[in-house]
Design a protein around this ligand. Sequence first.
Ligand code: BDR
Ligand code: CA
Length: 314
Amino acid sequence: MAHPQKIIIDTDPGQDDAVAILLALASPEDIEVLGITCVAGNVPLALTQKNARIVCELAGRPDMKVFAGCDAPLQRRLVTAEHVHGKTGLDGPVMQDPVMPLAQGHAVDFIIETLRREPEGSVTLVPIGPLTNIAAVFLKAPDVVARVGRIVLMGGAYFEVGNITPAAEFNIYVDPEAAQIVFRSGVPLVVMPLDVTHKALTTAARVQAFRDMGTEVGRMVAEWTDFFERFDMEKYGSQGAPLHDPCTIAWLIRPDLFSGRDINVEIETKGEFTIGMTVADWWRVSGRATNALFIRDIDADGFYGLLNERLARL
Ligand code: BDR
Ligand code: CA
């Protein structure tokens, strides 16, 4: 892969989204963030676009272009996750409102214009929230689909089953019709499902390492994780919280930390109990064409080592 890789992060911050954005902005030798596009998900759009700007300012990047996108799924009513992320979406530390402005224009138009302007195949999309904005891009401008280099997304679950319903992971569940468009688009996909993100757990020692950085970023990340992990520890009895979304950025920097399989993944949009399920043909029994690299394992120590090394720069 050419370095630095040009990416657009499509996000609904979210504490783990915030860490993903920080990891990308801390890694200019590997990643050039062309812009950040926001979508409704963990909390409504008015909060996700504000939160993304808070994170950019924290990273010392008030120049970053942050766009607001779709405020509701393509066909359904928005489902949010304040029960996980808190009322603001970034509960934990005390935060100031951002000073940097929101970029002019709609996120969907920014993505379309960027894909038309940049060389074909050179831009990676990194969606770490519901897939509404990306599907809206493909519906509005079918010509840009073939110009996307690849999509590296957080979403779905198979062996680990669902977190928002017994069958579905949150990002896919919120907008399954959008997910179906993306999974059937023909763009090469790298998928970080709960199967892998639930192996990227914070532990007391890992959170302490963030705190020990002695920086504002280290303190904020530790306080975000402290807040975020109480939910998973109660629910799963786990030792910490899964840092879901940073797995996407870590894969772009260090794909050797991950392993998975090239398989077919379909999105359930009609099931009685299974709306939003990612039907992952891990055992290759369906005969359906491969459309995704579905990740299942991670070197968690390597992942946290990378996070520490990079976030300490900010
Ligand atoms: C996903 O949903 C959100 O709550 C997180 O930010 C992550 O993107 C995990 O299911
Ligand atoms: Ca997210």
